[in-house]
Design a protein around this ligand. Structure first.
Ligand SMILES: [Zn+2]
Length: 71
């Protein structure tokens, strides 16, 4: 997470992050926009988002995602 804004390549595909970056819905990985779009097509995307929001409501801001921390 500390390197989120300084990272230059996507954690998922290794692509350049010049065109934008976002947090994976499934983990704390920093991913590019095309990878993010792919995640939205994942059948578990909504579940991952809901799980994340539930954790934040409980005050857990260190939740590492449905599929964990990939680092
Ligand atoms: Zn990517």
């Amino acid at each position: 997470m500390d390197s989120f804004f300084t990272k230059r390549t996507c954690d998922q595909c290794g692509g350049d992050l010049k065109s934008g970056r976002t947090m994976s819905a499934f983990s704390t990985a920093c991913i590019c926009i095309p990878c993010s779009e792919q995640e939205k097509a994942d059948p578990e995307y909504q579940k991952a988002k809901q799980a994340e929001q539930a954790e934040i409501k409980r005050g857990n801001y260190n939740y590492s995602g449905l599929r964990g921390d990939k680092r």
